[in-house]
Design a protein around this ligand. Structure first.
Ligand SMILES: Cc1cc2nc3c(=O)[nH]c(=O)nc-3n(C[C@H](O)[C@H](O)[C@H](O)COP(=O)(O)OP(=O)(O)OC[C@H]3O[C@@H](n4cnc5c(N)ncnc54)[C@H](O)[C@@H]3O)c2cc1C
Length: 416
């Protein structure tokens, strides 16, 4: 796990333990062979049923098969982490979808996006056992280590979010109440507070996408004018589902190009460029503002993520995997499916990728999506700005040449 994710997990576990203790229960954390540990705990607590949700990270995929603990314990699996469990929605010939729109259409037609009442919490206060099974302490897991070498707390600015189920619920309620109406129009504007900020909550399972669909449908029922923005929001949630379907097809999504012709791409080892990009010192204000938002807040607006990723891979010709790793370490929502799938999409080597010739111009993007410069000023201040480390026109031509070297059918297009 990356550093920012560990910061989140630490607080998320604390919040979960607090919620459970309110019900007279508690969180038990153990490390070792899942089957053996569950067998031991089940016998201490007289467990009848183990209810669990699958994660879809490749590292956890064998969990199901390790659960056979014998005895009289029933297992009940609920797929609460995804709306479309991978491998179920396929093309007519039975193969997984490689393109988003038909994937989404097929999933909608199959009824997956039909909102279902996920029910309220069924946990009730209960009488604690005389002896609790042993547990590791959350503080001993080594997750909360965001002090830099100079002793500064790198996470001091992560305060936009409140890890835990309550925080997730508040983010959803606040979004539905205040921002859903403008979502379709404003979601691309980093200078406005227009999106849900649910991504880390979804990443850590603090809210289920089924709950989001259900509350979304209720909001539309109360106010039919929300129909169109709610549909836009639903389709964005579906990108997450699509990413997981790609991860299911390619467990090495973070290391291997989906389009294998990119294996021959002439990436450069531009260490100075990489350092400037990480530090927000490229001289392109929107890129630098985004990279500083990431470092300081653990988050970056989606439009700016696309522009920063495009700048790294196309202007600097640096391998998308280096950028993916930096995001993985810095993002609170660093996700094993969304992060690599999005990086591959921007770099041009992914499924359903943006056409390789679409090279964002960070200057025109800034005028379009941050018209009054509010976002840039917020993250850059008004200090003297460095000169651009590379000329846009030169970088663009260099990138097109590099892409042409691996694509026989290269075409030019001036759309930014
Ligand atoms: C280079 C790059 C890296 C990214 N890395 C991650 C990552 O590690 N984790 C992550 O959750 N998202 C990632 N995204 C997708 C997207 O930027 C974030 O999901 C979004 O910005 C989160 O903010 P939000 O919750 O306010 O989004 P909203 O607009 O409110 O969207 C609601 C939810 O839909 C999902 N979603 C929205 N857009 C996308 C998308 N393009 N792809 C997949 N899911 C989407 C997310 O779960 C999000 O929380 C990345 C995008 C790019 C271009």
């Amino acid at each position: 796990m990356g550093s920012a994710s560990r910061w989140w997990l630490h607080r998320s576990l604390k919040a979960l333990d607090k919620d459970l203790r309110r019900l007279g229960s508690r969180l038990i954390i153990r490390s070792g062979e899942a089957g053996e540990i569950l067998a031991e705990i089940s016998s201490i607590l007289y467990v009848k049923t183990i209810i669990y949700s699958r994660t879809f990270d490749a590292k956890c995929e064998n969990f199901d098969t390790r659960l056979d603990i014998g005895g009289h314990v029933d297992f009940m699996r609920i797929d609460s982490a995804l709306i479309v469990p991978p491998g179920i929605v396929t093309t007519k010939s039975g193969t997984p979808f490689r393109v988003f729109t038909p994937f989404y259409r097929a999933a909608v037609e199959a009824g997956f996006f039909h909102p279902r009442d996920p029910g309220g919490t069924s946990l009730r206060p209960w009488r604690a056992p005389d002896h609790w099974p042993e547990s590791l302490e959350i503080d001993d897991l080594g997750l909360d280590d965001t002090r830099t070498r100079s002793g500064r707390d790198w996470a001091a600015g992560f305060d936009r979010f409140t890890p835990g189920e309550d925080g997730a619920r508040q983010a959803l309620d606040g979004f539905l109440e205040n921002h859903l109406m403008g979502y379709a129009d404003d979601r691309d504007r980093p200078d406005l507070d227009a999106t849900s900020h649910l991504s880390p909550h979804l990443r850590f399972g603090e809210i289920s996408p089924h709950r989001i669909l259900f509350e979304l449908a209720k909001a539309v029922q109360r106010n039919p004018a929300l129909t169109a923005p709610a549909e836009k929001f639903r389709s964005e949630l579906a990108w997450r589902e699509f990413s997981y379907s790609l991860l299911d097809q390619a467990p090495d999504l973070h290391t291997s190009n989906i389009h294998r012709e990119f294996d021959a791409f002439p990436w450069t080892d531009d260490d100075d460029g990489f350092r400037a990009w990480c530090r927000g010192e490229t001289g392109y204000d929107l890129v630098d503002a985004g990279m500083r938002e990431l470092w300081q807040s653990g988050y970056m607006h989606n439009r700016v993520r696309m522009i920063c990723a495009s700048f790294l891979t196309k202007h600097l010709l640096i391998d998308w995997r280096r950028g993916e790793q930096w995001f993985w370490d810095c993002l609170l929502d660093a996700d094993p499916a969304n992060n690599p799938a999005s990086w591959q999409w921007v770099a041009g080597c992914g499924a359903d990728a943006a056409p390789y010739f679409r090279i964002f111009n960070p200057l025109t993007q800034a005028e379009k999506f941050d018209p009054a410069g509010r976002y840039r000023r917020r993250w850059l201040g008004v200090n003297n700005r460095p000169a651009p480390i590379i000329d846009h026109g030169h970088a663009r031509n260099r990138a097109l040449e590099a892409y042409q070297s691996i694509r026989k059918d290269a075409r030019h297009d001036d759309s930014d």
